[in-house]
Design a protein around this ligand. Sequence first.
Ligand code: HEC
Ligand code: HEC
Length: 323
Amino acid sequence: MKRALKIVGILASVVIVLLIGFVVFVQARGIPNYTVPTLTPQTVASTPTRVELGEKLVLASCADCHLNRATNSLSGHQLLDLTPDFGQVYSANITQDPNYGIGKWSDAELVTLLRTGIGRDGRYRVIMPSFSQMSDEDVSSIVAFLHSDNAMVKPDPTPTPQQAPSFLLKALTNTVMKPTPLPTAAVVAPAPTDALAYGRYLVVGRYKCYDCHSADFKTNNALEPEKSKGYMGGGNRLLNTQQQEVVTRNITGDSETGIGDWTEEQFAKSVKYGLSPNSPLAYPMPKYSALTDEEVHALFIYLQSVPKIQNATPEDKPAIALR
Ligand code: HEC
Ligand code: HEC
């Protein structure tokens, strides 16, 4: 008996020492640095078509985090909708200011960050989403826009405050949260005429609808998005800027809890203007007002084709109670 107690005591001390070691290690290391992967080609050719598409993509997928709506500049702000468990995180100033923005970043450095989450200094930008399934052409368009003469990216000398990640976020980046690898081959979007394939591309690559609309960020699979838990079935608990919970909705083709009984017109109004037949859609659902009819159609066709999931999200409750 005494001996067993002694062994337990020794084991407990070992565990405590290891835990203290881990805490000290994480605190000292912070968010880890990585070797910056090298990319070819090194420069992105800017064309008016790319700059125009880049503006549309930035408004759809970057503005909610990076745009200061008072000044219409991508000078960044504190992410008020981030769980306080992660500490205080600020989206960076991504205007062309050489000291406070990304004025010194090369095209290749921007592409690397967008693909992997690794910055030009090697620091992992963990809260910044990575766009690993986006086509090379779309990524190039975003970079061409960031380096264009558009007013939103004009040098703005607003400093980005020092990031204050919590111990939890630092611990996660030292264990499970990792940069995504650079694609090993060219990433080419399917032709818009193939609505099903194009719709899939929009959902997993261009707009990353799946990231918010699957069960949880923690169980999403960046490299094989369809393997994300509850793919497109909603239920991911997000926050708005007042830190109130907003649950994402089921947008699979299930007719009771998803959008299986919707018309394409109802879908278009929801996605572009937030006018869902269930109720107006609030932040953080983006307003994709610049979607083309072709994109809306492809999204609709594809979403109706994904495996149906029966998952009632909060807006379904009144409708179900009426039956
Ligand atoms: C969920 C919010 C969010 C979205 C959406 C987002 N970002 Fe970020 N981004 C961040 C945060 C937070 C950082 C800073 C992270 C850090 O320093 O740790 C960042 C950093 C960056 C940086 C690095 C700047 C620097 O100086 O370190 C660039 C460039 C950037 N984002 C571009 C973009 C682009 C382009 C898009 C859209 C395609 C985008 N971001 C979408 C949150 C976001
Ligand atoms: C940043 C996270 C986020 C992204 C990205 C996102 N959504 Fe949403 N979406 C939400 C949230 C949150 C709601 C619920 C809003 C509410 O309850 O007011 C929602 C609601 C919806 C609804 C309404 C469903 C219903 O039953 O009323 C549709 C349709 C929708 N999203 C489609 C899309 C599509 C298509 C995309 C990609 C083009 C997309 N969403 C990308 C967060 C997101």
